[in-house]
Every structure is written in structure tokens, then in C-alpha cells.
Design a protein around this ligand. Structure first.
Ligand SMILES: Nc1nc2c(ncn2[C@@H]2O[C@H](COP(=O)(O)OP(=O)(O)OP(=O)(O)O)[C@@H](O)[C@H]2O)c(=O)[nH]1
Length: 618
């Protein structure tokens, strides 16, 4: 209901109530006035009758009273009039005229009580007022009633009953009330029409403001309000127009700038306000994400942060993050469905060893399996109605990682709307991932011997604390093996340095193959190697060392047609049995190695406390 209708209804209700009150008061006043007026008239007429009858008694003309009583009815307004003798008068003077003995309920009551009786009565179409006035005998007046009447003082001598029609007065009253009502109604209608005219611009402007605000909430700020008056209402319309224009311009500018940053384009009919809020929200999150990943230490932390963001911020449960290894020959599933190190779940596992099978990796473009379901043959849905979107993450000009989002048919639209945000996150993540990758490569190079591909001594120095705490936690032993080729100098001297390198590479391969993946093979110095066997018992360490010695003895390296065959000496110690200080145990392995050299080479020697004469600690 609009303002104008409300005000009209309110005003009409108030006027209606006032009219009802006015009519009720008027009718009551007229009724009271009619009754008082009729009462006074009847009293006056009764007094005239009494005076006349008394005078007739004094003058001796009482016998001729009948004509007077009959003519009484000719008095205008009197409908009936009669005099009734009281039983006391009848007893003294007889019944008198025929009508003088007529009595009714009111007459009897007046006789009994000696007070006037008045009442209103409906007689068909006529409303009448009836008065019954008793004549009381008194010795104080003139004449003295008791001179003629043999009754006691105060006795009722007779009553005069009269009825008057008050229909005419009632009709007059109704006419007057109708007149008042008509006047009030005319004024009310005038007032309502004036009020509606005054309220119309307010009501119209309010409706226009309501519609403009409604459209603004839908993201449309193009409404324009017509300024109809030059008062406060007109100013509201003008100010709202200015505000809408300001908001429209501002939001469009923000939207365009943010679109340029995020690459998100508003769709026609989209709520401008919501889309701008969404875009700014997305930018803020992306900025926080960027700040967080820049402070992350490893690539893994970045991938996990990306995974958490997909899970918690965008409620995605099914997705994969793959990383290409440095040579781009392998794809490694980093996070699958929120789990680190999960198996490849949504694609043919062949892509792990043949990354070209992954379309995003091969083309470097987004792969939209929602719009074109069969676009990538490597996608392996677990059930029908599964869709995917794959995003390559470009690092150093080629694909370094691939993010795959998977959804059900019901969720696919939501996935498409996430594209902008995901692109934003990946745009932020790509350079940081690249930096981390370079740093890891650099660090890797620093910790690895380029010629043999084995970890170097620095790696051991960095890793030693983890190694020791693992062993201590598991209460296990580390077997430390120090290895050195016998008379290696001769190879260099005889066949040249390149031949020496070839022998070292072949040896590194044999060493790597002779131990478990969890064991460590380190190029400790020039032709000196260190092997650490984890969870070893002394017997198995001796067997492994002997196996290595035998393998090296059999190893033939052919360089420029020359077959080179060397032997190796191995020193063995145990941490923490020989020493609970790791580096001391390494020294003991070295001592054992030199004992092997001293005792003829090509042998394995286990450290014994008797070999350690130097009491220096390492
Ligand atoms: N080709 C090549 N030679 C190396 C490398 N690192 C160390 N060497 C050589 O390894 C030789 C080590 O010789 P020595 O320590 O004297 O001992 P050895 O000849 O092996 O004799 P023993 O150890 O006593 O059995 C030196 O000639 C080094 O130049 C390397 O990376 N490549």
C-alpha cells in the first residue's frame, strides 16, 4: 500500500470516528432536549388544567368542565389529555364524567406515589411522550383544597394524563444531524483531495526512490528520478540521482581496473555491485596468497597452500596438482584430492612417465573438459558425469606444473565461475614457484656431485642431524662405511684423468645399486666414498661391504679400448655402538679403512677400539 493510500485511509478512519462521535452526541443532545421540552410543556398544561378546574369549582361551573376537557385536545402538540378522579374524590363526589374514572398503569402509580410519571412510547410511526401529573390536596394554597375535599393533607385528588407527539422534533433533529454530517463530509472530501494532491509528489518520489534502490541492489545504477518539486522531496530526487551516477561511474571504474588485473569479464545482466565485490575480494585473497607464498620456504608449502585454498575457500574436494621434474620428463602428483603424495587419480598414470600425454602440459593452454568433454584422452573419470578443467602453470617459458579441477555435472557451472580466481592464484604462484624451483635446483647442485650424481659431503653435513635423530628415535644403528679405490692414482697417471673419471662414475653406479634406496651413498672426497646404511645390524653391514668389495673387484671399465679393473678397500664402524658421536664414528670408519690399506688393500675391515690410539675426539 503506498503512502498516499495509507494517508487517505488513515484520514478517512479518523474522520469516520469523529463523525460517529458527532452524530451520537447530536442525537443524544436532541433527544434530551426533546424530553425536557415535552416534560415542561406537559407540566405547564397540567397546571393550566388544575387552575381551570379549581376556578370552575369556586365559580360553580364545574359541571360544565366536559367541554373544556374536550377542547383541551385541540391544543397543538397535545395528542391526548384526560383527568382521572382519585378514589377519595369519587367517594366524596361520585364518579363524575365517564372518562374521569379511566385509569391505567401510570395513573394508578401516580395515585399511589403522588409524584409525576413520564415516559417515551413508540406508537406505530409516532414517537410520543406521556406525562401523568398528580394533583395533591393542600391546605396552604389559595384556595384551600381541604375546605371542599374531605381528604387528608397531601392526598392525591386526581391526575391529569397527557401525551405529546415528539416525532416532529425527532425528524427535525435527524435533519439537523444529516445537515451536519453532509457539511463535515464535504469538508472531509475536500481535505482528502487536498492532502492527496500534496502527498502525490512525496508518494511518487518515494516510489521512484524505492524502485531505484531496488535496481541498485540488483547492480543497476542507471535509474534516474524525475525532480517534480523544488522542496525537500525534489532535493532527495536530485541527490539520489547524483549518488547513483557517482556509484555507477565509480563501480564501473573499479570493475574495469579489477577486470584488467584479474582477467575477469562481467557477463551481461550481472550484478555490478556483487561482481565488483567478488573481484575485489578475489584480488585481496590473491594478494594475501601471494604474500604468504613469498614467505614460504619450499615449493611443497606453496602447493599445500593452493590445495588448502581450493578446499577451504572454494569447497573443492576433487583436484590434482602435478609438477614436471627438472628435465620435464616426468610428471609427479604433488597433491591429489587434498592429500599430499597421493597417486595419480583422475588421469591415465602413463602421463607420469610420458608427460606429453597430458594435454595441458603439451599445449601450455587451459584444457576445458566441461565445454568439450572428450578433449583430453588422458582423463580417466571414476564415474560418468565427471568433468575437468586443467590449468598449466608456466614457469621459465614452459609448463612447470598442472592444476586439474574435477567436478560433478551439478557442480560444473560453479567450477567455470572459479576459473578467474584460480587463474589469479596461479598467476601469483607461477613466478614464486619458479624462484623456489631455481633455488632448489641451485641448492640441489650445491649438495650433489655433478660427475657421479651422488650427494656430496655438504649434503651429509646438512642432513646429519635428521639422520641422527631418526636413528635415536627408532633406537636403530647406522653402519658407516668409508671406501677408497686402491692405487687409483695409477689410473690417472697411466690412462689420463678422463679414464679416472670414467672409473669413478662406474664405481658410483655400482655403489648405488648395492644398497637400499633409503641408504646414503656420498662422494666424500676425490676417490673416497661414504656409505651410511640405515637400520643396520653389524652382520648385515659386513655382508653389504663384502658384496661391494666383490662387485668392484669384478667391475671392468672400458676407456678408449682399454679395460680398467680396480679393487677397493672398505673401513666399517657403527653408530652408536663404536661412538655415540656421529663424526667420531665416521673417523673410526676412516681409521678402519687405513687399516685395510695397511693390511694389503681390497678388503673390508671393521673398526676395533684397539685401532684408535689417538685419543682426539671429532
Ligand atoms: N680422475 C680423477 N681423479 C681424481 C679425482 N679425485 C681425486 N683423484 C685422484 O685420486 C688419486 C688419489 O691418490 P692417492 O690418495 O695418492 O692414493 P691411491 O693412488 O688411490 O692409493 P691408495 O689410496 O693408497 O690405495 C689422486 O691422484 C687424485 O688426483 C677425480 O675426480 N677424478
Amino acid at each position: 500500500m503506498n503512502l498516499n493510500t495509507k494517508a487517505t485511509l488513515f484520514f478517512t478512519a479518523i474522520v469516520g470516528m469523529l463523525m460517529a462521535a458527532l452524530i451520537a452526541i447530536s442525537l443524544y443532545a436532541f433527544r434530551t432536549f426533546s424530553i425536557i421540552s415535552a416534560t415542561e410543556n406537559i407540566r405547564t398544561a397540567a397546571e393550566i388544567v388544575r387552575v381551570h378546574l379549581t376556578e370552575s369549582m369556586i365559580n360553580g361551573t364545574i359541571a360544565k368542565r366536559e367541554s373544556f376537557l374536550n377542547r383541551l385536545l385541540e391544543v397543538q402538540g397535545l395528542k391526548s389529555a384526560k383527568v382521572t378522579r382519585s378514589p377519595l374524590v369519587v367517594q366524596q363526589f361520585g364518579p363524575g364524567l365517564k372518562q374521569e374514572t379511566d385509569s391505567d398503569e401510570d395513573v394508578l402509580k401516580a395515585f399511589r406515589l403522588g409524584v409525576p410519571q413520564f415516559k417515551l412510547a413508540d406508537e406505530g410511526d409516532d414517537l410520543v411522550f406521556k406525562g401523568t401529573i398528580p394533583y395533591i390536596a393542600s391546605s396552604h394554597g389559595s384556595p384551600n383544597c381541604l375546605q371542599c375535599h374531605q381528604v387528608a393533607e397531601g392526598a392525591v385528588l386526581g391526575v391529569v394524563s397527557m401525551t405529546m407527539s415528539i416525532s416532529a422534533i425527532r425528524n427535525q433533529a435527524l435533519l439537523a444531524v444529516a445537515g451536519i454530517v453532509t457539511v463535515v463530509l464535504v469538508f472531509t472530501l475536500l481535505l482528502i483531495s487536498l492532502m492527496r494532491r500534496m502527498l502525490k509528489p512525496i508518494s511518487n518520489t518515494a516510489r521512484a526512490v524505492e524502485s531505484a534502490v531496488h535496481q541498485a541492489l540488483e547492480g543497476d545504477f542507471k535509474s534516474h528520478l524525475e525532480q517534480k518539486t523544488n522542496d525537500e522531496i525534489g532535493h532527495i530526487a536530485a541527490d539520489l540521482n547524483r549518488l547513483l551516477k557517482f556509484l555507477d561511474d565509480g563501480l564501473n571504474r573499479i570493475g574495469n581496473s579489477v577486470s584488467r588485473l584479474t582477467g575477469r569479464v562481467s557477463t551481461p545482466g550481472e550484478n555490478l555491485l556483487s561482481s565488483t565485490i567478488d573481484m575485489v575480494d578475489g584480488l585481496t585473497k590473491a594478494a594475501h596468497f601471494k604474500q604468504a607464498i613469498e614467505e614460504d620456504e619450499t615449493k611443497m608449502e606453496i602447493y599445500q597452500r593452493l590445495s588448502n585454498m581450493l578446499q577451504h575457500d572454494h569447497h573443492l574436494k576433487t583436484f590434482s596438482i602435478y609438477e614436471l621434474n627438472n628435465q620435464k620428463h616426468q610428471m609427479i602428483p604433488i597433491v591429489v584430492d587434498g592429500q599430499v603424495g597421493n597417486d595419480c587419480r583422475w588421469c591415465d598414470p602413463q602421463i607420469l612417465i610420458r608427460p606429453e600425454g597430458c594435454r595441458a602440459r603439451r599445449t601450455g593452454h587451459k584444457v576445458d573438459g566441461i565445454t568439450t568433454p572428450d578433449i583430453c584422452y588422458a582423463f580417466r573419470p571414476t564415474e560418468a558425469g565427471t568433468h575437468y578443467l586443467c590449468f598449466p602453470v608456466i614457469q621459465s617459458g614452459s609448463v612447470g606444473s598442472v592444476l586439474q579441477l574435477v567436478s560433478t555435472t551439478q557442480d560444473q557451472q560453479r567450477l567455470l565461475t572459479l576459473e578467474t580466481y584460480v587463474n589469479g592464484y596461479l598467476r601469483e604462484a607461477a613466478p614464486v614457484l619458479e624462484t623456489k624451483r631455481l633455488m632448489e635446483t641451485l641448492r640441489e647442485a650445491n649438495l650433489r656431485d655433478p660427475m657421479t650424481g651422488l650427494n656430496n659431503r655438504r649434503f651429509l653435513e646438512e642432513y646429519v642431524e635428521t639422520l641422527i635423530s631418526n636413528a635415536q628415535r627408532k633406537k636403530s644403528h647406522l653402519a658407516i662405511m668409508m671406501l677408497d679405490l686402491d692405487f687409483f692414482k695409477m689410473v690417472n697417471d697411466t690412462y689420463g684423468h678422463d679414464a679416472g673419471d670414467a672409473v669413478l662414475k662406474a664405481l658410483a653406479k655400482v655403489l648405488k645399486q648395492s644398497v637400499r634406496a633409503s641408504d646414503m651413498v656420498i662422494r666424500y672426497g676425490g676417490e673416497e666414498f661414504l656409505i651410511i646404511l640405515q637400520d643396520s645390524d653389524s652382520g648385515s653391514a659386513d655382508r653389504v661391504a663384502e658384496k661391494i668389495r666383490a662387485e668392484v673387484e669384478k667391475l671392468k671399465t672400458t676407456v678408449a679400448g682399454v679395460v680398467i679393473q680396480k679393487t677397493i678397500s672398505i673401513g666399517l664402524s657403527d653408530f652408536p655402538s663404536d661412538s655415540d658421536t656421529f663424526w667420531q664414528a665416521v673417523k673410526y670408519a676412516d681409521v678402519a679403512l687405513y687399516r685395510a690399506k695397511d693390511t694389503g688393500r681390497n678388503r673390508v675391515v671393521r673398526f676395533d677400539a684397539s685401532m684408535w690410539t689417538d685419543k682426539k675426539e671429532y
